[in-house]
Design a binder for this molecule. Structure first.
Ligand code: GFB
Length: 314
């Protein structure tokens, strides 16, 4: 990409898209295009086609998606599969029709089989059944990967895919009904400390293991792949280390300075027992994460410690 290339970031107000915009801006790219969902409904094929014809982007970062934590994925199953398939399908096809030079599609670590061998190698895709709570989302993301592969195979489009592990960072979702675990626990511990509560409740058993990547590291990786990677096989993006949800909670508790107890709500699902990425492929390509979990949690705490979380509810 040269500095004047026209780059469309789909999903620029989300956590991932906004991090990619920050990265591109800091690297001196100035010809960035974005549209809010009110301006452009990405589930509307005609609207997406019209937008691509009018703007003719050279590069596309496909970071727009309907996302959420374990509960939202499990409850809004139709919304997760419908919206994600429509967004991906409309953008990938319009990118092909309008001769986009290169497109990067973002997936998720939930594409892998629930009981896959750990750490998860890229080759484990579609070798067994998926985790039930997020199967609709995972199926949509697998469709996106397969579309990129198919358009490369049939039409020679340079469409690549990256699979990030669980992400956190600026512009995360703090609404407890739909958020992921890290922002949820950050909010719960900060609120409990403010209120002088004696305990904080976690969902599930606390024993599942998760890997967490700061979204600024993800943006670095996406930028790196856009500059350096042109192959069919998608690429895992993560840190290569994971923690139990209980360990995550104890780290956040410590950073926040909450002194009460942890309790566990066993009526809520645990989800996949473990989903640790094998990151040897991206490491061998020359990229490694920089922000470790402790540092990342401290950054997040500094950003949100004085926030009125209710103003962020969706
Ligand atoms: O982050 P999370 O919602 O999503 O939950 P997944 C991770 C683990 O944290 C689960 C537990 O075992 C939750 O039960 N947990 C404990 C909590 N307390 C809380 C809480 O207060 N809020 C939340 N949200 N979780 C999602 C997938 O899976 O991850 C998506 O559903 C996607 O498809 C995304 O892949 C990255 O890691 O389980």
């Amino acid at each position: 990409m040269n500095k004047t290339a026209k780059i469309y970031i789909a999903g620029h107000r989300g956590m991932v898209g906004s991090a990619i915009v920050r990265k591109l801006t800091s690297e001196g790219f100035s010809n960035l295009i974005f549209k809010t969902s009110a301006e452009l409904d990405l589930t509307n094929q005609q609207a997406v086609n019209d937008f691509f014809i009018a703007k003719k982007p050279d590069y596309v970062f496909l970071a727009a998606a309907k996302v959420g934590g374990i509960l939202a994925n499990n409850v809004y199953r139709a919304d997760f599969i419908y919206q994600n398939i429509m967004i991906e399908s409309n953008i990938i096809h319009a990118a092909y029709l309008n001769k986009v030079t290169k497109l990067l599609f973002l997936g998720s670590s939930c594409i892998y089989p629930k009981m896959a061998h750990q750490p998860l190698k890229e080759t484990y895709l579609l070798t067994d059944t998926l985790e039930e709570t997020n199967e609709p989302y995972a199926i949509a993301k697998i469709a996106g990967i397969k579309m990129c592969e198919a358009y490369r195979s049939q039409y020679h489009c340079n469409f690549i895919s990256a699979m990030p592990t669980n992400l956190y960072g600026p512009n995360d979702n703090y609404d407890l009904k739909s958020s992921h675990v890290l922002p949820a626990l950050m909010r719960k511990f900060i609120t409990a400390k403010r209120n002088g509560d004696s305990s904080v409740e976690l969902w599930g058993s606390g024993s599942p293991m998760r890997e967490f990547l700061h979204v600024d590291d993800l943006a670095e990786a996406c930028f790196y792949l856009m500059q350096n990677y042109n192959e069919e096989q998608f690429v895992n993006i993560g840190t290569g280390t994971d923690v139990t949800i209980k360990e995550l909670a104890l780290t956040i508790k410590d950073v926040v300075g909450f002194e009460g107890e942890l309790t566990f709500d066993s009526t809520k699902p645990d989800g996949t027992p473990r989903k640790l990425m094998d990151v040897s492929k991206i490491n061998n390509l020359g990229w490694e994460h920089k922000i470790d979990l402790q540092e990342g949690i401290e950054k997040v705490y500094n950003d949100v410690k004085n926030i009125d979380f209710q103003t962020l509810d969706r």
